[in-house]
Design a protein around this ligand. Structure first.
Ligand code: BGC
Length: 496
């Protein structure tokens, strides 16, 4: 049913880095005893600073609920933006026709088309292409970025096969997934609040991203129309709920992070005075901006200070894929400099930001060999360090400490949302089966992180309640979800 191709097979996705163990030199240090002694106080401090026992998780979950309320109450800057998405109704299943979706995430860009067949046939055919967003575009101009998107779409649209049908005279409609904080002004317009995930394109903030895309489509000579602008969490919620009506919350844990959920209009004071017939709206929490009660370390603080958005997106910087490798690198660097973890000298590469990436941590944590050969090899390839067995064991403990904190805090965030929803409408969450749809490369590819997240949800809710809360991976749902929302908001929808 689906055909997948890639713009650029040479550059893999977030979690498909290739590595070559053959480049690893087998020279090992022999100072294992002294290393353990000098490094162990540093490791103990790291573990203490990252600890997430139940009371810390409870505090984080409660603070998340409280911050959600503050964000809903005022249309002024608060910690959580709590963005009304103008999505009032989730897809019903009746959607029919050909729709496109464009997805600009943190690492990849993806285009997709889907032929929807209504209640009976559901998804008749789908095709997609995806590729990495070239690094230079993250620091270029708004026009360069949107031209890249529009030209990717134009090339993809040319290859439409006869599995896809559009009645004569109709314009192709797009669901545009734009995975950055946007102040929505309607279902098909919204201005960028700020870039996240390392993007630093000047001049886009404050502009309507749909207008930017429309101008680029025009430059490509493409006659297509954006009928829904959605955050990736919203696309995921719509895509997952299409198959399972118990989905109430969607979370992205990838390069960046965010969560959205269905809120009652009467619980959104900042929307009072407007009429929304359905009585509900999806709220994009932008929880990456959350920062209360988090257990942080000196490495988080240094990384934040050196980032392009210091003081912002602290939750994101503590739990998401873009940053976990960098936190570990900073901790290892200190252990190397102060405790001689890797011998007398510190390789230059280890001092370079972002040389160690989250997928590397994941690959290291999956090394079950006696001598931790893969750990040594990855460390050498990425950071230039030569390690003995005791150093490798310490590296694994550092990885585990940072991943455990990330997964457990993400779980506490989820419970914070569920708790808030339940407090407002008794029985809506805990009286029945409730599904939290999760997508993103970090969640999908990092089993340890996933397990820590689940542990934290179970610890916080207790066995009985957590048995009814299903944390479910919703793979690539956001593309189909965006296309479904384009269909629900189609200008031809009365003709379905
Ligand atoms: C953005 C969100 C997005 C999330 C996941 C964050 O950096 O602010 O809008 O949903 O990443 O992609």
């Amino acid at each position: 049913m689906s055909v997948a191709a890639s713009f650029s097979p040479a550059l893999g996705s977030f979690f498909s880095l290739s590595r070559s163990p053959s480049r690893f030199r087998m020279t090992l240090q022999s100072n294992s005893v002294s290393v353990t002694a000098t490094v162990s106080p540093l490791l103990t401090k790291l573990k203490r600073d990252c600890a997430t026992p139940l009371p810390v998780l409870e505090e984080v979950a409660d603070a998340m609920s409280a911050q959600m309320r503050s964000g809903l109450a005022l249309d002024a800057p608060t910690q959580l933006p709590m963005i009304p998405t103008y999505v009032q109704n989730l897809p019903t299943g009746n959607e029919k026709g050909l729709f496109y979706a464009l997805d600009l995430g943190g690492t990849n860009f993806r285009v997709l088309r889907v032929q929807l067949g209504g209640k009976e046939e559901r998804v008749i055919a789908t095709e997609f292409e995806q590729g990495p967003i070239p690094q230079h575009l993250m620091f270029g101009t708004t026009e360069e970025l949107f031209d890249f998107i529009a030209s990717g779409l134009a090339k993809f649209a040319e290859k439409e096969s006869d599995k896809f049908h559009l009645p004569p005279g109709r314009t192709r409609e797009i669901g545009f997934t734009f995975s950055f904080p946007v102040k929505q002004t309607s279902i098909d317009s919204g201005t960028l609040i700020k870039w996240t995930k390392g993007f630093a394109i000047s001049g886009t903030e404050g502009r309507d991203v749909v207008a930017c895309l429309n101008e680029a489509l025009k430059r490509q000579g493409l006659n297509m129309r954006v009928s829904a602008l959605v955050n990736d969490t919203v696309g995921t919620l719509a895509g997952a709920e299409y198959w399972d009506n118990d989905v109430m919350v969607a979370v992205i844990l990838g390069t960046g992070t965010n969560a959205c959920y269905v809120e009652q209009i009467n619980a959104i004071p900042k929307l009072q005075g407007h009429v929304f017939p359905s009585g509900r709206m999806i709220i994009s929490t932008e929880w990456g901006a959350f920062s209360t009660s988090l257990p942080l370390t000196e490495f988080d603080e240094e990384m934040d200070a050196a980032s392009i958005n210091p003081g912002e997106q602290i939750f994101e910087k503590t739990i998401s894929g873009m940053y976990l490798g960098e936190i570990v690198r900073r901790a290892l660097l200190k252990m190397a400099q102060v405790g001689g973890l890797f011998g007398k000298s510190v390789p230059q590469k280890l001092t370079m930001p972002f040389t160690l990436r989250t997928p590397d941590l994941c690959a290291m944590q999956q090394d079950n060999s006696v001598d931790l050969q893969a750990v040594g090899s990855i460390l050498y390839d990425r950071t230039g360090v030569e390690s003995n067995l005791s150093a490798r064991k310490i590296v694994l403990e550092v990885c585990d400490t940072v991943i455990k904190r990330g997964g457990r805090l993400a779980g506490a965030g989820i419970v914070g949302i569920l708790q808030k929803m339940e407090e407002d409408s008794k029985g809506i969450i805990f009286g029945k089966r409730t599904v939290v749809a999760v997508d993103g490369g970090l969640y999908e590819n990092y089993p340890h992180y996933r397990a820590y997240l689940q542990d934290s949800v179970t610890e916080l809710l207790g066995l009985e309640k957590s048995n009814n809360v299903v944390i479910q991976h919703s793979k690539d749902g956001s593309g189909i979800g965006a296309a479904l929302l384009a269909a629900s908001n189609s200008m031809y929808k009365h003709q379905f």
